[in-house]
Design a protein around this ligand. Structure first.
Ligand code: SAM
Ligand code: SF4
Length: 477
């Protein structure tokens, strides 16, 4: 599930560096740029703030890895940093605005001589125009160019005032030599970059470029290294993760890859997100049924319940075809939770269209949903569509969707009271004996246990209470 967040990555949390390519040597700075002698320790500090989805969080791990392997040290406040980086999101207008308002705090004269850099989707979308809007920025780099960051920084250190890395069609993003993973038990792993779909509201094909899948062998080697380093859960990432096409002669299908990742010794849980409904088939359901390590959760964004609006969104399926995918999942031998994304107020969405979205919520019975007001984005076909919906009406529809979904989740979660689930413990409350974790179905479970030191363990929890967004339980010893 894409969890939207805005994190100021802390340098205090568990840090692990993994060499992605064994024995990888530090690449040479490209010709024309001379690498300077290592500067004083303090000048090689960086602060990295992340906006957006899990793919951005993972991209930040790659950036932190690349910089750390070149002698940079991450700090948890921009005050103490020589280099301040923002890894940005432009999926909705508000997300992009947030970035510019953060940048505003570092106006020339107030930046204390720091190098300010913009990474990620806003960098890719706005390109060199960022220099116009925020002239104190000196580095603009999209996600496909992170490997080049040391070269770009060297160019700045050697006197260049502004540098950019804005390629979109390279597969280099997969193969950064070092990735610094910030979660101690769960590792993210991008298996497919970019997107070849053309949803009419979406900036991703522009900001992340065309689809590029990573070779299955490289993925499996990385999973083996992750397992050796102690990770027991891996989450395979992609904007349309199930559109994966193995570029190597092995030609592994996505479902074969899922099973192979789950088969790596030491891996106890495999998650994958986000799945596109048009590429979702029964082979994935069969995998989940057959392989316990593949988590019983599918994030399957529908966006709208109206076939008319789905067509205008260029989503490539109808209301009925989408429900057929849900039926496949619900027919599985073990229960599989399903979550989704919804957009309300797309241009031309009538009250009737909106009611069809509510009907779909009732039919699909989702275990969770992220819902958004449609946000017009640059370069997208929907930008010029007629019949925009007023902001106030979008807000009304959003509240109705969220309330309906809340009721559905409350009802569904209540049916789980009394059942016992395996939970990977990943949080500890300040209160004694209070813990938090996630079930295979990706539900948050808060629970009590007489035991201490449970972080990173898989334990059984019996559910005693349920709310719309989480379960409460007791360690089932
Ligand atoms: N690739 C995924 C898919 O096909 O559903 C989604 C990726 S997108 C980063 C995450 C979610 O943001 C989408 O599912 C959609 O609900 C929402 N989103 C994307 N563009 C949007 C826009 N212009 N306005 C509002 N929500 C948007
Ligand atoms: Fe955007 Fe559609 Fe691609 Fe998802 S499938 S990233 S919504 S274009």
């Amino acid at each position: 599930m894409l969890i939207w967040l805005h994190s100021r990555m802390s340098a205090q949390i568990d840090v692990r560096l993994e060499a992605l390519a064994s024995g990888a040597a530090a690449p040479q700075v490209s010709s024309g740029m001379s690498a300077r002698a290592p500067a004083a320790e303090t000048s090689r500090t960086f602060y990295l703030e992340t906006f957006g989805c899990q793919m951005n969080v993972h991209d930040s791990e790659k950036v932190a890895g690349v910089l750390s392997s070149r002698g940079y040290r991450q700090v948890d406040s921009s005050e103490n940093a020589a280099l301040v980086l923002f890894n940005t999101c432009s999926i909705r207008e508000k997300a992009a605005q947030k970035v510019f308002s953060r940048l505003g705090q570092y106006k020339a004269g107030q930046d204390g001589g720091r190098i300010i850099g913009v990474l990620g989707c806003v960098a890719q979308q706005e390109g060199e125009e960022i220099f116009e809007r925020a002239p104190w920025v000196s580095l603009v780099c999209g996600s496909a160019s992170y490997r080049k960051l040391p070269e770009l920084l060297a160019a700045l250190e050697s006197g260049n005032r502004r540098v950019t890395g804005l390629d979109t069609d390279t597969d280099e993003t997969f193969e950064t030599e070092m990735t610094r993973r910030d979660h101690p038990f769960r590792a993210y792993l991008t298996i497919i970059e970019g997107c070849n779909k053309a949803c009419s509201y979406c900036v991703v094909p522009y900001t992340r470029g065309p689809e590029r899948s990573r070779a299955s062998r490289a993925i499996l080697e990385e999973v083996r290294r992750l397992a050796d380093a102690g990770y027991s859960e891996v989450q395979l990432l992609g904007q349309t993760v199930n559109s994966y096409r193995d570029p190597s002669p092995r030609r592994m299908s996505f479902s074969e890859l899922l099973a192979a990742v789950a088969g790596v010794p030491g891996i106890r849980r495999v998650r994958f997100t986000t799945s596109h409904p048009s590429d979702f088939g029964k082979d994935i359901v069969a995998d989940i049924e057959a392989v316990p390590a593949i988590c019983d959760h599918v994030h399957l964004p529908v966006q709208s319940g109206s076939t008319k609006i789905l067509r205008a969104m260029q989503r490539t399926y109808t209301h009925e075809q989408y429900l057929e995918k849900i039926a496949l999942i619900r027919a599985a031998r073990r229960p599989i939770s399903v979550t989704t994304d919804i957009i309300v107020g797309f241009p031309g969405e009538s009250e009737q269209d909106f009611q069809e979205t509510l009907t779909l919520l009732d039919e699909a019975q989702y275990d969770g949903a992220f819902s958004f007001k449609y946000s017009p984005r640059p370069n997208t076909p929907a930008l010029t569509m007629s019949d925009p919906i007023p902001e106030e009406e979008k807000g009304r529809r959003l509240m109705i969707v969220q309330e309906r979904q809340r009721q559905i989740q409350t009802m569904r979660n209540e049916t789980l009271v009394g059942q016992s689930f395996e939970v990977l413990v990943d949080g500890q409350s300040r209160r004694a004996n209070q813990w938090a974790g996630r079930s295979s179905s990706n539900r948050v479970v808060n629970f009590t246990s007489p035991r201490s030191n449970l972080l990173g363990e898989y334990i059984q929890v019996r559910v005693t209470r349920a709310g719309p967004n989480s379960l409460v339980g007791e360690h089932d010893i």
